[in-house]
Design a protein around this ligand. Structure first.
Ligand code: ZN
Ligand code: ZN
Length: 454
């Protein structure tokens, strides 16, 4: 179907102008459609005055005309190509360094662009969200044929947002290829905004970045300390804040080892009598609990009647596996006391009473939990905690305390200052998602682009 110049032209102008408001200021000469495309032939108006990009003065003094082919968003499932005749105009300002300039039509053309701003925005949005191949596939569904390479080109040409160097930065590494290649993300620890992605996790790279970005006063990092030296080297006055989650995670791992070492003290409590209880319950299903209690007391059981009742009621007599494992015990000991049910609370108390070391272990866990709420007094409390731990006869916890002492300044900052690496960890989770989206094949430049634009 074709409308041509002539009597129907004015009507055509109005219709197209209404349909595509960005053509409203143009003279539309012809609209032709075939099964593949919609083609619009249009001219800029002779009387339209345009500002010179060199000096800003408006002009309508025509030097020449030429036709630009501009792709636009599809209509009715067909891509749109606008063959637009534009003018090269003389600049009327004698002092302007430009003699001529090509007019641009707002909302339709931009220098060196073959797509309208609306279409470019769409392609960029898809490129940022899906990158190369997946982006090209989605654009195909939207009736825009672009190769994966073109989508990537578009993505790589997008300017990165200007981001201020944060005063409080977060830093964390992430695997590009687990065990082989790593990269580092730097964030604004307050807002979680991603500031930069470094191509590796080497100290020299981090040091160089910090030197190129003066103004960082605090760096939140994980507890591994791999970045500690790099930060000190860049600027020893930067306050380093460790990460509360990593401290807690480290403590929980240590508790698991201690609990395992004291298994003979707590794996006691009812389980050693399971074989006896199971035999008795099979022989006489109605046997009173008081009888069972008396029998196992005789065999050395030191737990309470309540514990035995719960043990029976929870079906553990018939269970195939031991009810308590070091992991379960660790879970109970490291659980916030307020979150324990009455049953768990009772078991917790039994466990902590199993031997003097288990008692100290439980106390030290509780005190450490309190230290994880930042407060200026925590510095002194940490010293007390480390001293008590070293005297407690808990070798694994002892070496954990030694580790804290080695990273003392950062640990102390973690326990006394309000900042933390939580937002960086969040940014890292997002990066892992983006990495998978690109099938883990993106190089550093592409990944950096996607991470910083998303
Ligand atoms: Zn000019
Ligand atoms: Zn023990």
């Amino acid at each position: 179907m074709t409308w041509t110049a002539g009597a129907r032209l004015a009507a055509c102008d109005v219709t197209i102008g209404k349909l595509l408001f960005r053509l409203a200021g143009l003279r539309v000469e012809r609209v032709s459609t075939d099964p593949e495309t919609v083609k619009i032939t249009a001219f800029t108006r002779e009387d339209a005055r345009r500002a010179c990009p060199g000096c800003g003065q408006e002009s309508d003094w025509v030097h020449s005309r030429y036709v630009r082919h501009v792709a636009d968003e599809s209509i009715g499932g067909r891509p749109v190509v606008i063959d637009l005749s534009v003018r090269r105009l003389y600049c009327e300002n004698a002092d302007c360094p430009r003699t001529t300039f090509v007019e641009q039509v707002s909302g339709l053309t931009a220098r060196y662009q073959r797509r309208t701003p609306a279409l470019r925005k769409m392609v960029e949005a898809v490129a940022v969200a899906l990158a190369g191949s997946a982006g090209a596939r989605l654009l195909g569904v939207l009736h825009q044929t672009l190769s994966a390479a073109s989508v990537l080109n578009c993505l790589m040409r997008m300017p990165l947002p200007d981001r201020l160097t944060p005063v409080v930065a977060g830093i964390d590494e992430f695997a590009l290829l687990k065990g082989h290649r790593y990269a580092t993300v730097i964030t604004n620890a307050d807002s979680g905004e991603r500031i930069d992605v470094l191509p590796d996790r080497l100290g020299v790279t981090v040091t160089a970045w910090l030197r190129e970005h003066p103004g960082v006063r605090v760096v939140c990092r994980d507890g591994s300390g791999s970045f500690a030296q790099a930060i000190t080297e860049a600027d020893p006055t930067i306050v380093q804040v460790g990460d509360r989650w990593h401290l807690w995670h480290g403590l929980a791992g240590t508790v698991l080892k201690e609990v395992g070492a004291h298994a003979s003290c707590w794996a006691c409590l009812v389980d050693p009598y399971r074989a006896h209880l199971r035999r008795r319950c099979t022989e006489d299903p109605a046997v009173p609990v008081t009888h069972l209690l008396a029998e196992i007391w005789e065999q050395g059981y030191t737990g309470s009647a309540n514990l035995l009742v719960r043990y029976i009621n929870q079906g553990r007599v018939e269970a195939d596996h031991s009810a308590l494992s070091p992991r379960k015990v660790t879970g109970l000991l490291t659980c916030r006391p307020g979150r324990l049910s009455d049953d768990q609370r009772a078991l917790h108390d039994q466990l902590t009473g199993a031997c003097p070391q288990m008692t100290v272990l439980a106390d030290q866990i509780l005190t450490f939990t309190e230290l994880l709420v930042p407060h200026e007094d925590n510095s002194g409390k940490l010293t007390v905690w480390i001293d008590l731990t070293r005297a407690a006869g808990l070798p694994f916890l002892h070496s954990f305390a030694n580790g804290l002492e080695r990273d003392r300044a950062a640990v102390e900052a973690t326990l006394t200052l309000p900042w933390h690496n939580g937002r960086t960890e969040g940014a890292n989770t997002k990066i892992k998602f983006l990495k998978r989206l690109m099938y883990g094949r993106a190089g550093h430049r592409l990944l950096r682009q996607v991470v910083l634009l998303n």
